[in-house]
Design a protein around this ligand. Structure first.
Ligand SMILES: [Zn+2]
Length: 214
């Protein structure tokens, strides 16, 4: 089967999205770009994560033409493909409606450096202005907002994260949910203290070599 490894990862990490409560039902989506094959594996539209099978995953060209698959690709395919074009370092895109990050996005706020773990994104999580889901406008807003960050809030919608593989892209979504929750909770009882830019520069640098990556 074409891109069988990527299909399995889409199924596996789709289930993790549900288990980690980063999305519900068939909401959100994820894709992987195999740059040597020049093909993208993407979640099919409207399929429940817990029922999705590897053969349901849709394989498309970087231009969005279906190469293999009977189902329709995710309605957000446009911004996934735009991110792969925009960022040569990105091979995985995760989009969620995770509750705390989306709460911040519904206020049309960015997520500041209230906790050093925001470094999974950069010195903050930027915000892309609202546009209808699946639209070219939404894709353009995300590309303009995300820059070199690994996460971007989508106003009145959710979050998108990127990584050089699915593991870091998923980790960014998980960690940003924690930071968004801390920001919400801190705001409830006081005025959160934001880490200075100079400290976030150190954190972002440290994160580049964090963990097992060499
Ligand atoms: Zn969405």
């Amino acid at each position: 089967m074409l891109l069988s490894e990527e299909r399995n990862l889409i199924v596996e990490y789709g289930r993790k999205l549900i288990a980690s409560q980063l999305t519900t039902g068939s909401g959100g989506n994820l894709s992987l770009y195999n740059r040597s094959e020049n093909l993208v594996a993407v979640k099919p539209s409207g399929v429940d994560y817990l029922l999705m099978r590897p053969q349901d995953v849709v394989i498309v060209s970087p231009e969005g033409e279906i190469v293999d698959g009977d189902l329709k690709p995710s309605s957000e395919l446009k911004f996934h493909l735009a991110l792969y074009r925009h960022r040569a370092d990105v091979n995985a895109v995760v989009h969620t409606h995770q509750v705390y990050a989306t709460t911040i996005a519904c206020l049309n706020w960015e997520l500041p450096a209230i906790h050093y773990l925001v470094g999974f994104s950069g010195d903050k999580v930027p915000l892309a202005p609202y546009a209808t889901f699946g639209s070219q406008e939404l894709s353009d807003h995300i590309i303009a907002a995300i820059g070199h960050y690994n996460a971007c809030l989508m106003a009145n919608h959710g979050l998108v994260t990127v990584g050089n593989s699915i593991l870091p892209a998923f980790a960014v979504a998980e960690e940003i949910e924690l930071v968004a929750r801390l920001y919400y909770q801190a705001k409830c009882i006081g005025q959160p203290v934001i880490l200075p830019e100079s400290e976030m520069e150190i954190i972002v640098e440290k994160f580049k070599t964090y963990g097992q990556r060499r």
